[in-house]
Design a protein around this ligand. Structure first.
Ligand code: 4AD
Ligand code: MG
Length: 478
């Protein structure tokens, strides 16, 4: 006879093992009166709030494993008189042991009746986070503590979940993760916004690496070398930009996901970006719904419905020239909703133009294709019209450009011409030019700004609140 299948409990209820609150709260209660499990459960976490009544203290305990707190019930009668009830303060770390019971309260289905409590940290009455809402500006000043607030713990879980699903999707499509160097000797984007490194302070003439070196503004050029050998690769790494953009969507250090594929066209790139982002957002809607509800309630009302609409609706694709015509038409419209800076063919879109474009499409993302070559870097494939390149930017509601990419110039002669036009020295990029000599094939890729994706899914207004320790001009706390 086959052994019966015993369902594994969601948490391990042995008193010598710690349980996560996430696992405890997913336990179902069948028997109303008796403890859920006979065994004692042990949990550690940080006190979020304390409510004292005559015979009992209620504590909301959080360990970061999920949005919800575990309700602890400390009955004065059952507990040792030596418990220092005055030390039960927001922010204090404790370990508790006790049994789980069905909760009579409406807010939770389960609660822990505490038998033993240990203080794991001393308490300080000056703890800056209390049981009230703090402004994002205030918590930005304490990046080392803000993860103990609901919003930042939730952003952290969302960030981690997105990281996992983006990686998962690319692996499922045959993309290999590769590492790209953080220290480079090239300026991929040619925008000149580089942080210098390796300057030997003992000698003003010597560079540590033998030549000027910088923190990377993009892993693309290195990823291209691996795509032309592994077919499908991607990097996911920190990126550094020294431009002095003090806006709500620019960071000096951010994470960029950069897929690169041999034999991909720029149209394939748009499809890959669309499928990848929609997969990540729908996975989030499915598995992190409670986390998203916080943003729907307190940060951006209706965000869950917006994300649902987003995953259902195909992206639009428009030529740069077509977008320009549309925006210029809008300029002359008496009922226009945005005042926009002037826009002529050959200029890049400003934030106001991106907003007007999103109004035009009713917030459906637009992949803009084929930009004037003057406003794009040297490496983009040159069209036959000799004035545009196969660059793509994907514009999203609220965050603007979330994805920037292109089909790459894989032809030796055209690449050399582009380097000359942009006044770049071939010797500096000889290895990159080499890739066009040996086994060169059409290939494309893009960069996705990870923090802008987090901004898009949470509705957070400022990108500084979408990364743990933000770096921006004049800002590098911790
Ligand atoms: O458009 P960008 O500059 O593209 C590149 O660097 C290409 N080499 C990528 C590639 O093709 N592999 O940057 C890509 C994305 C932008 O669309 C934006 O989402 C994000 O990176 N980004 C920033 N995010 C935060 N702060 C900044 N300062 C950013 N600059 C770009
Ligand atoms: Mg760009």
């Amino acid at each position: 006879m086959q052994a019966p299948i015993v369902p594994t409990p969601a948490y391990i209820p042995y008193s010598d093992v710690l349980s996560l609150i996430r696992d405890i709260l997913s336990t179902s209660i069948t028997d109303h009166d008796s403890p859920v499990h006979k065994q004692v459960v042990r949990v550690r976490g940080w006190i979020r709030s304390v409510r004292a009544q005559q015979q009992v203290h209620f504590i909301a305990l959080n360990d970061g494993s999920c949005f919800e707190n575990l309700q602890l019930v400390l009955s004065h009668e059952n507990n040792n008189a030596s418990i220092d009830f005055l030390a039960l303060k927001t922010g204090v770390a404790i370990e508790v042991e006790g049994k789980l019971h069905k909760s009579p309260g409406a807010k939770q289905h389960i609660e822990l009746h505490v038998q033993v409590i240990h203080y794991l940290s001393p308490h300080d009455s000056e703890y800056p986070l209390q049981k009230k809402r703090h402004s994002f500006e205030m918590t930005r000043m304490i990046p080392h503590l803000r993860v103990r607030t609901n919003t930042f713990a939730t952003i952290t879980r969302i960030r981690s979940a997105l990281y996992r699903s983006l990686n998962h999707y690319l692996h499922s499509q045959g993309y290999h993760w590769i590492n790209v160097p953080a220290i480079t000797t090239n300026d991929c984007e040619g925008a000149g916004d580089l942080f210098s490194v390796g300057f030997d302070i003992n000698s003003s003439k010597r560079h540590f690496f033998g030549k000027p070196a910088y923190l990377s503004v993009s892993g693309q050029l290195n990823a291209e070398s691996y795509a032309c050998g592994m077919s499908r690769v991607y990097s996911f790494a920190p990126i550094f930009r020294a431009d002095n953009s003090n806006t709500r969507k620019h960071l000096s250090e951010f994470w960029m996901l950069e897929p690169e594929g041999a034999w991909l066209s720029y149209h394939d790139c748009i499809s890959l970006a669309e499928n990848l982002i929609k997969y990540a957002v729908s996975t989030l809607l499915e598995h992190n719904h409670t986390d998203l509800e916080l943003f729907d309630t307190y940060v951006h009302k209706g965000i869950i419905a917006e994300l649902g609409y987003f995953v259902q609706t195909p992206f639009k694709r428009m030529e740069y020239t077509e977008v320009l015509k549309m925006l210029k038409g809008n300029e002359n419209n008496k009922n226009k909703t945005h005042t926009m800076p002037p826009l002529e063919w050959g200029m890049d879109l400003a934030t106001e133009h991106e907003k007007a474009l999103m109004t035009h499409t009713n917030n459906v993302p637009v992949a803009i294709m084929n930009y004037p070559k003057e406003i794009k870097p040297f490496y983009m494939y040159h069209n036959d019209d000799e004035r545009t390149v196969r660059g793509i930017d994907i514009i999203f509601p609220r965050v603007g450009e979330l994805v920037g990419g292109s089909e790459r110039e894989y032809r030796l002669k055209e690449l050399r011409m582009a380097l000359t036009e942009k006044k770049l020295r071939e010797e500096e990029l000889s290895w990159y030019v080499d890739l066009r000599r040996y086994g060169t094939v059409p290939h494309s890729g893009f960069g996705l700004g990870f923090e802008r994706l987090i901004q898009f899914v949470t509705g957070m207004a400022n990108i500084r609140d979408c990364i743990a320790f933000p770096r921006a001009p004049q800002e590098a706390l911790c």
